[in-house]
Write a protein that binds this ligand. Structure first.
Ligand code: MRU
Length: 337
């Protein structure tokens, strides 16, 4: 890959984050040394994407241990802070997973906790290349070795992971093999992860793209402009029901009707085998202001009520495959995870 994006790094006992709320207009780093700063960064999507949330959850435990030592926190205060970090966003399984894994090591001391957080970050980095290969192999085997027009939703690349990405990692791998004609990027209302982040990342990687409003996705798919759609996930239940950014369900329905592949690409850490299906998934509902305003500009009447779920659940019957770093699960063929 010609361009190397590092959205999360552990530097000098702090987490350095590329502030995604400022992209693409400004490339600004944040230095996070407290739990409150980390929760704020998570809530306002300065750091976002399920695998990234797992990594900052893991590092966040080390930040909490350092803060506890500096500020003389009681054990119960430390526990409260770790609970708040774990619950900062509810839908992506990775955040609680990252916090819980490192939290279990606290009795072994700060260095053991840091070593595990760094291992989680490294494993996430390595899983990107494996997902990229698995997804690219599957799509070429399915559709033939040709140039594809692909559709993606939200951002699933190096900004959402510590490596090349999940769905966007597959797209980058296909591009490196000469198999990408163009990527249709859903803008991904309301916070525009597609037009702000995915377009920025594809541009840096010199992959041809065009941005479309989310409402154009069904027309592009049913109009034959797209060969396959690839998305990431925040939580995948055992039966393959896949939770991802709001709007993913509409893309899946259109792909189902058009008869084209709909791939969900995610690391094994996003698979929640404690859930038989996606019906119990906690969907984050976000602020009215994300809908009633664009930046500081009000675009809806005073007092307008909103429905602003951050995610939707695509039933397994509309998913072709789930691609992880370990294998490609044939969900349409009746396999579970
Ligand atoms: O609200 P966000 O930007 O955190 O939502 C992110 C997504 O829905 C991603 O598609 C998902 O986390 C997979 S990231 C590899």
């Amino acid at each position: 890959m010609p361009f190397d994006i590092r959205a999360i790094e552990w530097v000098d006992n702090a987490v350095t984050l590329l502030d995604q709320s400022r992209l693409p207009l400004a490339e600004v780093n944040l230095r996070v040394t407290t739990v409150a700063q980390m929760i704020d960064a998570i809530n306002r999507l300065a750091v976002r994407g399920a695998p990234s949330l797992g990594v900052v959850g893991a590092y966040g435990v080390v930040i909490a241990l350092d803060e506890a030592a500096r500020e003389n926190w009681s054990p119960s205060r430390l526990n409260q802070e770790l609970d708040a970090l774990r619950d900062a966003r509810p839908t992506a399984v990775n955040l609680a997973w990252g916090v819980n894994q490192v939290r279990e090591l606290i009795p072994q001391g700060r260095e053991a906790a840091l070593a595990l957080a760094q291992k989680i970050a490294l494993e996430d980095f390595n899983s990107g290349a494996a997902m990229g290969n698995n997804g690219a192999d599957w799509l070429i085997a399915k559709l033939g070795d040709k140039k594809f027009n692909l559709l993606t939703h939200c951002n699933t690349g190096s900004l959402a992971t510590t490596g090349t990405g999940t769905a966007l990692g597959v797209i980058k791998e296909l591009h490196s093999r000469g198999n990408v004609n163009e990527v249709f990027v859903d803008e991904t209302r309301p916070l525009l992860q597609g037009s702000r982040l995915t377009a920025w990342e594809l541009g840096k990687c010199q992959i041809p793209y065009r941005i479309q409003p989310d409402g154009a996705a069904a027309m592009a798919i049913l109009g034959g402009k797209v060969d396959a759609a690839l998305i990431g996930a925040d939580r995948i239940a055992k039966n393959g029901d896949s939770t991802n950014k709001i709007g993913s369900l509409g893309v899946a329905l259109a792909c189902h009707i058009a008869g084209i592949p709909f791939l969900v690409v995610a690391p094994e850490s996003t698979v929640d085998r404690s859930m038989a299906d996606g019906s119990g998934t906690h969907i984050e509902i976000r602020a009215d202001r994300e809908i009633t305003h664009i930046g500081d500009l009000q675009v809806a009447p005073d007092g307008a009520r909103t429905f602003n779920p951050a995610f939707d659940v695509t039933p397994a019957k509309f998913v072709s495959v789930v691609v992880t770093e370990l294998q490609t699960y044939d969900i349409a063929g009746g396999k579970s995870l």
